[in-house]
Design a protein around this ligand. Structure first.
Ligand SMILES: [Ca+2]
Ligand SMILES: [Ca+2]
Length: 116
């Protein structure tokens, strides 16, 4: 490709750094609030039994952007499943404990750069 000298000058003196060029808005996303997390988890009770099963938890964490949704689902049950039935009850303290746990992970408004 032949460029006129003026263009060449611009191109070679202003290299674009693709490694560090991440759109600014990705960094500016605020973390999800407790209220937003509650709504998201409720949506993932897909069989509407008032409980979040392991599969439903994994799907919710995947939606939140977790690359380790299995681990997060295990940890969430460890922190929140107080009656140890394997599910998170959406109608009692288990749900609040789950939401606090997810909140502590600092998930942000959906981006593809969340590696939590
Ligand atoms: Ca369910
Ligand atoms: Ca339970």
């Amino acid at each position: 490709m032949i460029l006129c000298p003026q263009i060449q000058n611009i191109v070679f003196n202003n290299p674009i750094n693709f490694q560090t060029h991440v759109p600014q808005e990705v960094h500016d996303k605020p973390p999800l609030t407790i209220e937003q997390l509650r709504e998201i988890f409720k949506r993932y009770d897909t069989d509407n039994d008032g409980q979040l099963s392991e599969e439903e938890l994994k799907s919710a964490f995947r939606y939140l952007g977790s690359h380790f949704s299995y681990y997060r689902a295990v940890m969430a049950r460890f922190c929140a499943d107080s009656d140890k039935d394997g599910c998170i009850n959406l109608k009692n303290d288990e749900f609040s404990a789950l939401v606090s746990y997810a909140h502590s992970c600092g998930y942000k408004v959906k981006t593809c750069y969340n590696f939590a």
